[in-house]
Design a protein around this ligand. Sequence first.
Ligand SMILES: Cc1cc2nc3c(=O)[nH]c(=O)nc-3n(C[C@H](O)[C@H](O)[C@H](O)COP(=O)(O)OP(=O)(O)OC[C@H]3O[C@@H](n4cnc5c(N)ncnc54)[C@H](O)[C@@H]3O)c2cc1C
Length: 427
Amino acid sequence: MTALQYPASYYAATAHSQPDRPTLNADIETQVCVIGAGYTGLSTALHLAEQGLQVVVLEAGQVGYGASGRNGGQIVNSFSRDLDVIERQTSRQHAELLGRMAFEGGQIIRERVKQYNIQCDLKEGGLFAALNGKQLHELQHQKLLWQRYGYEQTQLLDAAAMREQVQSERYLGGLLDHGGGHIHPLNLALGEAAAVEQQGGVIYEHSAVIHIERGNPAVVHTQKGSVKADTVVIAGNAYLGQLIPELAAKSMPCGSQIITTAPLDEDTARALIPHDICIEDCNYLLDYYRLTADRRLLYGGGVIYGARDPADIMSLVRPKMLKTFPQLAQIDIEYAWTGNFLMTLSRLPQMGRLGENIYYSQGCSGHGVTFTHVAGRVLAEAIQGQYDRYDAFAQLKHYPFPGGRLFRVPFTALGAFYYDMRDKLGI
Ligand SMILES: Cc1cc2nc3c(=O)[nH]c(=O)nc-3n(C[C@H](O)[C@H](O)[C@H](O)COP(=O)(O)OP(=O)(O)OC[C@H]3O[C@@H](n4cnc5c(N)ncnc54)[C@H](O)[C@@H]3O)c2cc1C
């Protein structure tokens, strides 16, 4: 079997060096075994290791091989569906707990960066950009909704104020989130992995889990070894495949693609995004972009349901970039890659337990940089016997995608087509 390697992304090309990590080739024991070294797995492992628990992380590729090492790097507050959807689904008490957690992930990232001196190009500020009146109205609603949960860091912008943030003619207005921001996602993951190891955790790479023997303790098997553990945490998200059929049944891997330009000269870069914030538009199939530390425009957009790798990423994403910034028509594209995130039907994350001692968290549905960091803390709390915040997530209802394994991709694409048309018509 060929070893899984990072895609040829801007992030892989600018990743900090990391130690050679071992592959598991023995039968070992630990208190907690975490499957997957993305943010969910690393965040859980770090919270536990900091509390003095013995943690082993098993990663199929390398640290940050999945979405955590490939994403847009945008620190976006709240969940993929907003808090009013949660309010309609759950009790007031749970909605309160979930509402407060919606703004915690960004703080955890900043604490990690500071505490462990993680060099990941952290910049402050994020902007939601409205393409039509309906989206602007929704942003006004979002501001009030977030205020109800005590979050006061947003500011509505009209079209003129938008021009001061982003040099594009496309937007009617926006919502600036001073508590948003952006990072080099792979370097954040690598920094968090180093922190896990500094706290005594052990990470095995190229150690794909092929079977979990449920029980107490559970035994997690790889091709060449096994880990006997009191508790297991499944954090494989869109890369988990069919390892746990009941988790695969209620989620769908989706691909998103990113391109990165050649470095821009300082004047061009500063003219595009003068305050170096990150931006995402409010479409259902949204575009997201920002500058990198070496002044490239990093632009992502589009969704491929079922997560097939597209043949030509550039021809998918470059036209979107030029629609936003026609002034970049002559600029070369130097990197193009794809990554998979996990969608749920409600677009709310799924957290829960299989039996007594196998926890999982998955399905951030496209906005996971912040939530995964909260998820790690909440899972660590539950593993240590503190369940109130875990319960708030675990009681959210989740359903399988309609159409079963055969038709769920075309059905979902049809649904997305409907929302995409509504975005285009602004209705
Ligand atoms: C292109 C793209 C752009 C995005 N942009 C943003 C953004 O700007 N802002 C935002 O908030 N969110 C964004 N997201 C979503 C965000 O990146 C994810 O929600 C988040 O990184 C998920 O983290 P995770 O740890 O749960 O999963 P992953 O990072 O995917 O990690 C899962 C890990 O588990 C490993 N694994 C899987 N199966 C096994 C197994 N059997 N054995 C061992 N290891 C296994 C995988 O190799 C992988 O490393 C984006 C996603 C993509 C794909």
